[in-house]
Write a protein that binds this ligand. Sequence first.
Ligand code: NAI
Length: 287
Amino acid sequence: MKIEKVVVIGAGTMGSGIAQWFAQELCSVELVDNSSEQLERAKKSIFDSWNKLVLKEKLTSIQAEKMKKLIEFKSLDTVTKNADLVIEAIIENLEIKKDLFQKLDGYFSEHTILSSNTSSFPIHLMAEAVTLARRKNFVGLHFFNPATIMKLVEVIKGKESSEEICEELYQWFDSKGKKPAMCKDSPGFIVNRVARNFYGEPLRIVDEENEEKMKEVDRILKEVGGFKMGPFELMDLIGIDVNYSVTCSVWEAYEKEPRFAPHRLQKKMVDEKRFGRKSKRGYYKYD
Ligand code: NAI
């Protein structure tokens, strides 16, 4: 499979990390957002990260300059129509994603693979927004945060996705050092379904806004469970708004099974715009 030209839509936490990873793999990347400020922030964060790698001698300045030339920051109507792969990484809202996919379907060439980095929505529901001809080229590609470091990529075959394209994507990511996993098209796929309880149970254990208790749960899960991050630290990294949307959509999809239920603290945090690291305030403070 040839993946040389990639368009990433949404320059937030995930989109900027995904775009950075593809540029590091020497693909030509166009990163799109409907907010020009967000595009500026993404550019600064990606370039700063490469500059730091140069200082640490993990990258030469020639390599960093080459990557900088490979990535462009753009609005959707100016990107190349003949991209090989498009990855959608916008807000976790099914209707907004479907509206976008309808536009993308009309815009990109026939051969372009359209994919979503959704954390929880079944791929076949999003595929309803595109023409029958496109559906074979419509898949889920779920990266993990931070996308430049986390090796797992879930490759999700929707009802009408081509088996061959999914298999080729799997092989392509494997050849680039990622650890792909082929997944069933079900809400939350593998990791986000299992992870619901990694977040939900600690929230039910702590049950109130108490930083000391949260720290204690984070510490125990790291020390005893061997996790790199505790659940509260991880929710702050992911974004409490994103994590809450995923919780709600998995819970709804499983007919409100209590084990997937969102906790009132998650909603409170979102209502107070305490989204975690990105807003400097979540379960913990980041000043
Ligand atoms: P984010 O909130 O950091 O970024 C979303 C970006 O999309 C924002 O910059 C926003 O301006 C932009 N946007 C919204 N609507 C748009 C549109 N119509 N066209 C162009 N840009 C638009 O969100 P984040 O965390 O990057 O999540 C993006 C997607 O990735 C979601 O589907 C989420 O569920 C998924 N995801 C998130 C993970 C995480 O750890 N945060 C992990 C894996 C998947």
